[in-house]
Design a binder for this molecule. Sequence first.
Ligand SMILES: [Cu+2]
Length: 182
Amino acid sequence: MQCLTYAGSTHAGWRALARLCLALAATAALTVSSAVFTISAIAHDYAAGAVHIDHPWARPTLTARTPAAVYFDIRNRGDADDRLVAASAARAAHVELHASLKDAGTGAVRMRPAKEGVLARAGRTLSMETGGYHVMLIGLDAPLKAGDAFPMTLTFEKAGDIDVTVKVEDREPQGAGHRHGH
Ligand SMILES: [Cu+2]
């Protein structure tokens, strides 16, 4: 915020202005965060026990044979660790948990099955995003199209099954590339 540059000034008038700007900035931040929370809570937030799933989404695919990665946030509000151990979706013949790893030598990002599952630490949020953990849908019944929504079930060791709706969104790729070796 531009007005913050006045904060160090010794001039009393500038200091008063800086205080006003800080107050306005704080109000604006509060308004924005509560609006975002409200939207996600209504539209796209799922929970079982202490585990919350925020905004599951996938990118469109060109063909049904293209594997699709599903991303979301796992929030564990409990005081015990939990673990995502499986996922299933009627739209895919196979559903796997995958982890992406950057090769220290070449810098290329490769993925492997996450056989140990995905640890959701107590009191923490884990973002499953491009270049990290994801749910991989293999053998789709049809290409994923932007605007599609389809059901998927996530199974946690302690929280059990969480039914979510995955939204297909045409987002820009972010971060490192994601190679599908299927
Ligand atoms: Cu994958």
